[in-house]
Write a protein that binds this ligand. Structure first.
Ligand code: SF4
Ligand code: SF4
Length: 56
């Protein structure tokens, strides 16, 4: 299980600094989560202004 960032992402960067395991990085047109590193804490979803990170 991991969170996945949808195409709604506006690349604001707010989520990356809130991830306790540094699983989030800037990708091509949106931020991306490394599924192997994500521990499903939900911080990214809580801080995102557009609700882009969703539990898969
Ligand atoms: Fe990082 Fe938590 Fe979001 Fe996973 S759910 S990417 S561990 S902030
Ligand atoms: Fe994208 Fe939301 Fe993260 Fe901002 S907080 S970079 S909009 S996923």
């Amino acid at each position: 299980m991991a969170y996945v960032i949808s195409d709604e992402c506006i690349s604001c960067g707010a989520c990356a600094s809130e991830c306790p395991v540094s699983a989030i990085s800037e990708g091509d047109g949106k931020y991306v989560i490394d599924a192997a590193t994500c521990i499903d804490c939900g911080n990214c979803s809580n801080v995102c202004p557009v609700g882009a990170p969703q539990a898969e």
